[in-house]
Write a protein that binds this ligand. Structure first.
Ligand SMILES: Nc1ncnc2c1ncn2[C@@H]1O[C@H](COP(=O)(O)OP(=O)(O)OP(=O)(O)O)[C@@H](O)[C@H]1O
Length: 341
């Protein structure tokens, strides 16, 4: 659905040239929810503006739904952009128009017949859960409701691609989750391709199928969300993954006092997919007749699967510890010896 080839964008600022996007290659499949994560200044906004033709690349090609957006101009660009909608962080609603009128606006501009507009608006109101709010003005709505209007408005022209520019960054955590659920629902119901930019890994974890990590204009890591979470390669990706855990340093998530200095090695086990279903601690306890001590455990859901992390203290060393690790690997469980006591 979207293919970016060797895309760079260099701005000529007063202080000199700024490379906002640096040789980016990217592919988003039809029906995918694709996350682009990075800190402020990484180039995310520029990249998303390249996708809807608001910026032209300095070099490279940007193809969306078969159309080269970078080459298109005039009427062709206008038509292409009708199929690429955007949802904004600060909603960008028309404050003097009601909810219905905001949603109807782009259809009116396109010259759709009145009855068709009314039908479409009602359909969208129901889709985003705003029944009863048709005649309300944006100032009478909560942040989450405003974003529902923003999403309904973006869907009015039945786009091929929905771009979300930090769509939940102005919302509290509960409202963020409700809006993310709505996006997931829309993706499933309409098979709509969604590209979102964010600085929050929680957003990526909850709804994205794939993620690209951006740093200084480049994509430094890319992959399926589940595999990026379980095997982050770059330091910046590890930092983002840590955002979604309750501990912020490289330290373990449990109180160090729980570890008995004389009671053996501390292991971190990571389970992915099917391996999350195995009663592995019970099996090991029986097999080795050892009192495995659970220090901490958690399961995390992503859009393409579940992974679990478990910290254990194992009163074993030497060849016995090696055998335990080999057994875990045979069950497709990754291990890390956090501390070898
Ligand atoms: N029109 C412009 N002229 C000059 N420099 C620009 C322009 N737009 C963006 N930049 C620069 O390009 C770099 C990337 O900016 P961009 O806004 O794309 O990053 P971002 O990841 O979206 O950050 P934020 O989340 O803060 O918006 C920054 O160094 C920024 O200063």
């Amino acid at each position: 659905m979207i293919v970016l080839r060797n895309v760079s964008k260099i701005f000529n600022a007063r202080s000199g040239p700024v490379t906002a996007v640096d040789n980016v290659n990217l592919q988003v499949e039809q029906g995918q929810i694709y996350g682009i994560i990075g800190y402020s200044g990484a180039g995310k906004s520029t990249l998303i503006r390249l996708l809807n033709g608001l910026e032209k690349p300095t070099s490279g090609s940007v193809v969306v739904a078969g159309q080269d957006i970078a080459q298109a101009s005039g009427e062709a660009l206008r038509q292409a952009r009708l199929k690429i909608s955007m949802v904004f962080q600060h909603f960008n609603l028309l404050w003097s128009r009601t909810v219905s009128e905001n949603i109807a606006f782009s259809l009116q501009i396109a010259g759709a017949p009145k009855a068709a507009i009314q039908r479409r608006v009602q359909e969208l109101i129901e889709l985003v859960g705003l029944n009863g709010k048709e005649q309300a003005y944006p100032s009478q709505l909560s942040g989450g409701q405003k974003q529902r209007v923003g999403i309904a408005r973006a869907l009015a022209n039945s786009p091929d691609v929905l771009l979300c520019d930090e769509a939940t960054s102005a919302l509290d955590p509960q409202t963020t989750d409700a809006i993310l659920d709505l996006l997931l629902d829309i993706n499933r119901q309409l098979k709509l391709t969604i590209v979102l930019i964010t600085h929050e890994m929680h957003v990526v974890r909850k709804i994205c199928h794939r993620v690209a990590v951006m740093e200084a204009g480049r994509i430094v890591e890319e992959g399926e969300v589940l595999s990026v979470f379980t095997h982050p390669q770059q330091p910046i990706t590890r930092q983002f993954v840590k955002q979604t855990t309750e501990y912020s340093s490289a330290d373990t998530p449990f109180n160090a006092d729980l570890v008995d200095a004389a009671a053996g090695a501390v292991l971190k086990l990571t389970f992915v997919g099917q391996s999350t279903r195995q009663p592995i601690v019970g099996e090991l306890t029986l097999k080795y007749a050892l009192p495995f001590n659970i220090l901490h455990g958690k399961m995390t859901q992503t859009a393409n699967g579940t992974f679990g992390e478990l910290w254990l203290q194992v009163p074993a060393s030497g060849s016995q510890l090696e055998n335990i690790l080999a057994d875990l690997h045979a069950h497709a469980i990754s291990t890390e010896v956090v501390k070898n006591v």
